[in-house]
Ligand binder design. Structure first.
Ligand SMILES: *[C@@H]1O[C@H](CO)[C@@H](O)[C@H](O)[C@H]1NC(C)=O
Ligand SMILES: *[C@@H]1O[C@H](CO)[C@@H](O)[C@H](O)[C@H]1NC(C)=O
Ligand SMILES: *[C@@H]1O[C@H](CO)[C@@H](O)[C@H](O)[C@H]1NC(C)=O
Ligand SMILES: *[C@@H]1O[C@H](CO)[C@@H](O)[C@H](O)[C@H]1NC(C)=O
Ligand SMILES: *[C@@H]1O[C@H](CO)[C@@H](O)[C@H](O)[C@H]1NC(C)=O
Ligand SMILES: *[C@@H]1O[C@H](CO)[C@@H](O)[C@H](O)[C@H]1NC(C)=O
Ligand SMILES: *[C@@H]1O[C@H](CO)[C@@H](O)[C@H](O)[C@H]1NC(C)=O
Ligand SMILES: *[C@@H]1O[C@H](CO)[C@@H](O)[C@H](O)[C@H]1NC(C)=O
Ligand SMILES: *[C@@H]1O[C@H](CO)[C@@H](O)[C@H](O)[C@H]1NC(C)=O
Length: 427
């Protein structure tokens, strides 16, 4: 899955009123892990991550995650207006939405399909059954994701609770039109990126969405900080590596999303804090470090990659998104090529799909491999966890996805606009 939100062309948006986020470029600095306090109780740490069965331990402000779709996605329980659904955790987009009961399903090219085809995990959110739901009239929700999925429909406000953290009057999308390739478990998504990337427009007709009628709003965690319901202005993600087994639709206890602290996993002492350095130009849509750039994604500088044989592999344009909604890493062509050459036997680039495939029993250089499903003969095939994200050009943006995030706890600070990456103890 690539659930990075695709921004409406920013090209003619020079006059649009974007929230201007000021940010200064700061040098990376090392931090003591203690700078990021735990969001949970010490007793929970002592039990250890594997000792916390789903739903049995209450961790304040910490949501327990599960994997779905061969562990290519991370989900958590989200309760909206008293109804609980599984939603995808996504740092690559900003809207929180639940599919609306009675929705219509389409395929990725817009042809109508049966509702089952969209693969949601429920009939959808029943806005009329929520005592706290308030419609937002005369506006609409319209979002497209990097893998071609798209949704649109009405907007409202409701009480949203995740991992014990509850906010009131959160703006949410309640799409009634969906082109979605679901996992039969999730019914929506929890967007954790910046306000300028939200997808609500001042028009009743979602096909008329544009930069001119864009009405940005505070995403869930930003609302939590404003409402003072979370101690610290950051959240942390621990995404556990899944098991290499097919047929897995749902895999419990696959990590944590901790609000205002760190999750109950064992950390190494190696940590680095880097600025969210790259915003996006409102005139060109390209990554930009100018003071009038707007933050959309958690985009940081990655100047190079280290793996066996990597001594000469650095990048010129360092803009890289840290995205829990994307399964694999998408790195500059030259990095992906050098890395994939280090498998024994070497990963092979498949011209048709553009993907690097590897033998499932190959020796893996750092990073990791993921099971991709089965081929036409029913054999399990494996793809490399690091794929070609295109040429190293200024307008291209690379992605560090779940394959990278499995190794670290990533802490996203929305006040200081910094990302702290703390290495996890080997697990
Ligand atoms: C998620 O919600 C379901 C249904 O309400 C519940 O059975 C399950 O225990 C919850 N899972 C977690 C991890 O809290
Ligand atoms: C969660 O917070 C509440 C209120 O602060 C407290 O009473 C409760 O003991 C906490 N629970 C855990 C498991 O920390
Ligand atoms: C959507 O369905 C139409 C009609 O059946 C078909 O022509 C089209 O190829 C489908 N698109 C995709 C992406 O499957
Ligand atoms: C919504 O639009 C209708 C028709 O244009 C208008 O009568 C109504 O006042 C609008 N409602 C709000 C809350 O703006
Ligand atoms: C939508 O646009 C109308 C007309 O320009 C304006 O009166 C209204 O305040 C806008 N609504 C929002 C929510 O921005
Ligand atoms: C979303 O808006 C774009 C225009 O910006 C439009 O082309 C597209 O059809 C809209 N999508 C939906 C599902 O309404
Ligand atoms: C997957 O499911 C099929 C059908 O139930 C079964 O035959 C097969 O052994 C399963 N594979 C694994 C790896 O569990
Ligand atoms: C990328 O990072 C390198 C090393 O830190 C730096 O020299 C270079 O200027 C950066 N490139 C851009 C476009 O900022
Ligand atoms: C690895 O798998 C391939 C095909 O799947 C097989 O031909 C090869 O013998 C295996 N190598 C080892 C060392 O097991």
């Amino acid at each position: 899955m690539v659930l990075t939100a695709v921004i409406l062309s920013l090209v003619c948006a020079a006059t649009a009123e974007f929230n201007v986020v000021r940010h200064v470029s700061k040098a990376p600095r090392s931090v003591e892990p203690a700078v990021v306090p735990a969001a949970h109780t010490p007793a929970a740490i002592e039990k250890g991550q594997s000792g916390i069965p789903a739903g049995t331990v209450s961790l304040n402000n910490t949501a327990i995650l599960e994997g779905s779709d061969l562990d290519q996605e991370y989900l958590t329980n989200v309760t909206i207006g008293g109804q609980t659904f599984k939603a995808i955790i996504d740092t690559g987009s900003s809207d929180t939405w639940l599919i609306k009961k009675g929705f219509n399903c389409f395929n990725l090219t817009g042809a109508p399909e049966s509702t089952e085809t969209c693969g949601f995990g429920s009939d959808g959110f029943d806005t009329s059954a929520s005592p706290t739901f308030k419609a937002f009239p005369n506006v609409s929700f319209n979002i497209s994701y990097g893998d071609g999925e798209f949704l649109s429909g009405p907007v409202g406000f409701d009480t949203v609770s995740v991992g014990g953290l509850s906010v009131t009057q959160q703006e949410i999308g309640t799409p009634d039109l969906a082109a979605w390739e679901g996992d039969t478990v999730n019914s929506g998504l929890l967007g954790l990126a910046f306000s300028s990337l939200t997808s609500v427009f001042n028009t009743t007709d979602p096909t008329k969405a544009s930069n001119e009628n864009h009405i940005p709003y505070d995403p869930f965690f930003f609302t939590a900080v404003k409402q003072g319901v979370v101690t610290n202005p950051f959240f942390s993600l621990a995404l556990n590596r899944g098991a290499l087994t097919v047929n897995t639709t749902e895999d419990p206890n696959l990590g944590f999303l901790a609000f205002g602290g760190t999750p109950p996993v064992t950390l190494d002492t190696t940590a680095v804090t880097v600025p969210i350095h790259w915003g996006y130009s409102a005139t060109t849509g390209d990554p930009s470090t100018k003071s009038n750039a707007v933050f959309l994604y958690y985009t940081v500088d990655v100047a190079g990659y280290t793996f066996p044989g990597s001594t000469s592999v650095t990048t010129k344009n360092n803009n890289t998104i840290v995205d829990s909604g994307t399964t694999l890493n998408y790195l500059p062509t030259k990095v992906a090529k050098a890395y994939n050459a280090q498998f024994v036997p070497k990963a092979k680039l498949d011209k048709d799909s553009g993907l690097y495939f590897v033998e499932c029993n190959a020796t893996v250089p750092a990073f990791s491999i993921l099971e991709a499903g089965t081929d036409d003969d029913g054999n399990i095939v494996c793809i490399s966890g690091t794929q070609d994200g295109g040429e190293d050009t200024p307008e291209n943006v690379f992605i560090l996805g779940d394959v990278f995030l499995h190794n670290v706890v990533s802490t996203f600070n929305i006040k200081t606009d910094e990302l702290t990456i703390t290495r996890r103890k080997k697990y």
